[in-house]
Design a protein. Sequence first.
Length: 204
Amino acid sequence: MTQAGPKAVVWDFGNVIVRWNPRTLYSKIFPDPADCDRFLADVCTMAWHAPTDCGVTFADNCAALIDKHPHHEAEIRAWHERWDEMFSGPIEETETAIEALHARGVPQFGLSNISHETVDSTLVMSPAFGRLADFVASGREGVMKPDPAIFELACARFGHAPAELLFVDDSARNIETAGKMGFHTHHFTDPAALAPALRGHGLL
């Protein structure tokens, strides 16, 4: 029997709806690309950042890192104090798709690994966020993708089974977990491929 198509879409936030990259900020702080590379590889790494997406405050996470790298205190604190400078605007193709889905009455939701301290400032970066009926933010829940628990929480909150949802994310690990749980998935790597994927799922 052919599997029914999805009825609703679940969007990741960073690098799906809005562009986020720490280098956007730190290239201003470290004009030499090699210095910027070293700092992001050895000091403010993604592994270090991850606890904030699971509910740890920026203040606590930064303080622990400053203890290890006191000579980089100002640069470490910039991770939080200048957080919004890591963004470089909305992704036009996603905004267009969200508006088109909204016009067709397709329910839309969000599921993002994001700090509870920055989610509100992120939501004002694109009017597309206003089209989401609800969202799950990892920092508010204390669990983050790709843990299956956050996908289960999202399904319960949104009122849809995995097979009724198309999950769009730029992370291959998150897409893999969602697929194993029965979600329809689209690995977001090329904005131009989004609309064709949505049409392929019968949503546009």
